[in-house]
Write a protein that binds this ligand. Sequence first.
Ligand code: SAM
Length: 210
Amino acid sequence: MEEKYLNDRLFFPATLRNRNSIADVLKNYIPDNGVLLEIASGSGEHAVFFQDLFPSIIWQTSDPEETHRKSIISWIDHQELSSKMPEPLALDVQKSPWPITNELSSLIKGIICINLIHISPWSCTKALFEESKRYLKKNQFLMIYGPFFRKHKTTSQSNLNFDQSLKLQNREWGIRHLEMVNEIGLNNGFVVDNLIDMPSNNLSVIYRLI
Ligand SMILES: C[S@@+](CC[C@H](N)C(=O)[O-])C[C@H]1O[C@@H](n2cnc3c(N)ncnc32)[C@H](O)[C@@H]1O
């Protein structure tokens, strides 16, 4: 066990609240084998939880922040999953090409991105689709989870407040419009395969590469 990382575990409280409902969606998309690539893994709490729940696959984490990658390693060690889970990739969606070897690329069956696109510039959403399509094969999925604005749907007051608070932190951040994200997806060869309403006014959107 890597002693040096044992105390680096971060705790993102939202992960405890949303992990079961996300797992309920994910279970329908878990392949028999291969790798699921997680973009923006954050603390790593989701990763170890999903790896435990879905032993048929290998959960490959990533995050551009070193403190987050240390936390992920620490969580992997803490949960005694280091023989199964690889170390996180230093992956920034906007830095092309992603640090993915040909071997890893051949094993990837799907990509998951939880709570990134509203806490990053719009260019990150574009990059997410542009790069994901390089590593996914036809019919494989990109799942995006988070809050969205939707045409013809009333936005909850909590999401309106959340959007304001995001923009105050960084004016390039903010809740995205689902229809605009779908358009970026379509421009990159992705169609919406499924749209699932999640607790606390979030959505899981499953895009498929066609
Ligand atoms: C709100 S946290 C979500 C973390 C985790 N997915 C969760 O739900 O707890 C946003 C994460 O996005 C990562 N992030 C920010 N900009 C990024 C980028 N350009 N590419 C990839 N990840 C990024 C941050 O380092 C952070 O870990």
